[in-house]
Design a protein around this ligand. Structure first.
Ligand SMILES: [Cu+2]
Length: 746
């Protein structure tokens, strides 16, 4: 253990605070690191080192081969996961297409015991915060009010029968909640999984927002209630607290749902406890009031310190497309308001509802989430098992009573990847489409999995990986289309930061955790020009193989595996429908860079993300430090010889460099509050983007950091003051301290 790590571990501070179980995970780590209690030990052969060596992914300084990481791997966890039962009839269930949540009528929320409003104490149920900017201060009316309760409920991923299979891909025994054992070869129906969901659903509600009309969301924690008497399993924040972050809303800290804020303000805790509520106010106002900063697809998710991965995986995900009804000079009608007859004329037919919400047909969000279901024979075992977070589980233990329900393991902290792929909460769904253009809003809400999507046709149709003789990690995804061939292209119109300056036609695109991509798919013709016909089938196919949370082992960019073609969503072409949409040639202009931006390079802030030597709870470090929620982080020494605090003056702009410290890992790195623009990669000016990174000519809120890559971004710090965070969005990395606090000062 290095001095640096010892430092972090003895620093004390708020991460020592006991939670409801009487322990802090990080406190336990200190005990655990010393005593080795409750820790699984694996042999050196099981570790990732040879795998990475073979792939040439060792860091240049060889750090990954050093004893430190190996020791951490050895001491703190094993990578044993269950094999999910095989879903026997994929594409049986329809893709759930969400309808917009209705705002709460004024007569209703004005009768609430604590009414929403701009006054002191009106921002949360503790009465100790107020909204930094109320919409009337920026020329808007009072906000639309939405209500969401966090509820313990059930969720079904499929209605198909399943066949329990082993890691060898062969039929195996299965179990049920009452203690029955079913012999190998018995078809089963899955039990529902327990979720913690916004309004009790997964995914949670969708708010269709509009620029210029703010939204206030009253989120109330009712996770202490369990009216259906559901088994909560052994994951999710053990104190049932939550913290909701609208990713990546331009939002004041008190509504931003980040632990650097909540530890110092508001709840003075990791999150909001059962019985508490918070009014998250989303101004739907672009950074600096600049229309070029408008975005188009947010999502909201849990951000509870140390348990974000578990809480998101347990269902705390919601959708937030944002439209722009503004009329700009020279363009007829609202620019991007969900109506294909005006503005940019992107696909979408809008219906304004009497309840104050609106729905947009042919404009569909697709939330990708991978899961694993318990096989009843895999031991639930990680470093927390001796610390009493889930005492009823008596872990390490097997849980045949949870057979077929979602399985999550906090460790290993490489990440967590599932073997069943779901879209909008349904495994392998089907969408019947009209013969016309659609807008799809892609979101990766998985804990760690990265996807690469292609549109493929297949004459033979899907075959189960097990039936192809595959086993182990090759079973991930369950189904393949061995004869799949690309048949269509995507026209990408937006990235995480909103509409692109120009559409990009793509054969495939990657989707990293928390990232969004919006595309138009034209279902009238194939890429060779042939028209589609009714009944044609097109598979949205994942071609990135990612056996664990480190990174992919095969993708189009690196060592593609032509046999890995996982159909995740089936489109069936139906009847022709009217289509007034167009594919525009130009969309949202990118805000200009100052011509002298390179003069900011010397004084840039530098953050290097890397693996620590202690492993365990604080395995993932930034600038050598584990996340310390009370503290503003410090930059590494920059070329000007300074180590500035991560503080920016309100209204300022700066360059920040995020470096991947190496070791053959990738990190989806997310900075809260404003989207950024990538200006340098590995020291090279990319303001004129190349084919490998066409979106460098756009705004994003997440940096997809390749192994050992350095990325410099330009961004602003406008409108609000206070504490924010930046962190890896591989949620296992985030939960193991790969996060730092920064702030905007007046
Ligand atoms: Cu990471």
């Amino acid at each position: 253990m290095t001095d640096q790590t010892t430092d972090v571990m003895t620093e004390g501070g708020i991460d020592d605070a006991s939670d409801s179980s009487g322990f802090s995970r990080r406190t336990f780590l200190r005990i655990g690191a010393a005593a080795g209690a409750g820790v699984a030990v694996v042999t050196a052969q099981q570790m990732g080192v040879p795998y990475l060596s073979v792939r040439g992914l060792m860091s240049p300084d060889g750090a990954f081969t050093g004893a430190s990481s190996a020791l951490a791997d050895t001491l703190f966890y094993t990578e044993v996961y269950p094999t999910s039962p095989l879903i026997l009839t994929p594409f049986k269930d329809a893709l759930p297409v969400p309808k917009a949540l209705a705002p709460t009528p004024t007569w209703d929320f004005t009768r609430w015991a604590k009414t929403p409003g701009p006054g002191a104490g009106q921002q949360n149920s503790m009465g100790n915060e107020r909204h930094q900017i109320w919409p009337t201060q920026i020329g808007q009316g009072d906000p639309l009010v939405y209500k969401m309760d966090l509820l313990v409920r059930e969720h079904a991923f499929t209605t198909s029968a399943v066949m329990p299979i082993s890691i060898a891909g062969t039929p195996t025994v299965s179990f049920d909640a009452t203690g029955n054992v079913y012999p190998a070869g018995t078809q089963r129906q899955l039990p529902n999984s327990t979720i913690y969901g916004f309004n009790g659903t997964f995914p949670g509600p969708m708010i269709n927002a509009e620029y210029g009309k703010s939204a206030l969301v009253r989120i109330t924690n009712r996770l202490d209630e369990n009216p259906m008497g559901l088994d909560r399993g052994d994951f999710g924040a053990p104190d049932a607290s939550f913290l909701t972050h609208l990713h990546n809303g331009h939002t004041a800290p008190e509504s931003d749902g980040n632990p650097h804020y909540t530890m110092k303000n508001g709840p003075f805790s990791h999150g909001y406890a059962p019985g508490q509520s918070v009014d998250n106010l989303y101004l739907n106002w672009p950074a600096g009031g600049d229309d070029r900063e408008k975005q188009s697809f947010f999502w909201f998710h849990d951000h509870r310190m140390d348990h974000t991965g578990a809480n998101v995986y347990k269902g705390m995900v919601g959708l937030y497309p944002i439209y722009d009804p503004k009329v700009y000079p020279g363009i007829k009608g609202g620019y991007d308001m969900g109506d294909e007859r005006q503005g940019l004329r992107l696909p979408g037919v809008r219906t304004d509802r009497p309840d104050g919400a609106f729905d947009v047909e042919y404009d569909i969000p697709l939330a990708f989430y991978d899961c694993r279901l318990d096989d009843g024979v895999t031991t639930h075992q990680d470093v927390h098992d001796s610390m009493g977070e889930f005492p009823l589980a008596k872990n390490p233990n097997t849980h045949p009573e949870w057979w077929g329900k979602t399985f999550f393991k906090h460790f290993p902290n490489h990440g967590f990847v599932g073997d069943i792929f779901t879209v909008n909460g349904t495994a392998y769904p089907t969408l019947e489409v009209k013969r016309r253009k659609y807008r799809f809003r892609f979101l990766d809400c998985s804990v760690a999995r990265i996807y690469e999507f292609k549109l493929m046709s297949s004459t033979q149709g899907p075959k189960s990986a097990a039936s192809l003789g595959l086993s182990g990690n090759e079973l991930q995804g369950q189904w393949r289309i061995p004869d799949g061939q690309q048949c269509m292209k995507f026209t990408q119109i937006a990235s995480d930061g909103g509409l692109l300056p120009f559409p990009i036609v793509r054969d495939s695109f990657e989707l990293w955790p928390a990232k969004r991509r919006e595309v138009i798919i034209d279902f009238t013709k194939y890429m060779d020009g042939h028209p589609t016909t009714k009944g044609d089938v097109i598979y949205l196919t994942n071609v990135m193989k990612m056996p664990d949370g480190r990174m992919w082992s095969a993708s189009s960019r690196f060592s593609p595996d032509p046999n890995y073609k996982i159909p995740v969503l089936k489109f069936v072409v139906g009847d022709v429908a009217p289509d007034n949409s167009l594919i525009p040639t130009a969309m949202r202009p990118i805000p200009p860079l100052p011509s002298n931006w390179k003069t900011l390079m010397d004084n840039r802030l530098i953050f290097e993300v890397h693996r620590g030597s202690a492993g365990g709870e604080i395995e993932w470090l930034i600038n050598g430090k584990a996340f310390e929620p009370m503290t503003v982080s410090t930059s590494l020494k920059n070329p000007a010889g300074k180590t500035p605090l991560a503080q920016q003056k309100k209204g300022s702009f700066n360059l920040w460099e995020i470096r991947n410290g190496g070791g053959g890992w990738v990190h989806p790195f997310h900075l809260h509050m404003e989207e950024h623009r990538t200006v340098m990669r590995n020291g090279k000016d990319v303001t004129k983007p190349d084919a490998a990174h066409p979106e460098d000519n756009s705004r994003e809120d997440l940096i997809a950091l390749d192994p050992s890559e350095s990325v410099v971004v330009y961004r602003g710090f406008r409108d609000f003051v206070g504490p924010y965070v930046a962190h890896c969005h591989n949620l296992a990395h985030e939960d193991h301290a790969m996060m730092f606090g920064w702030e905007i000062t007046p």
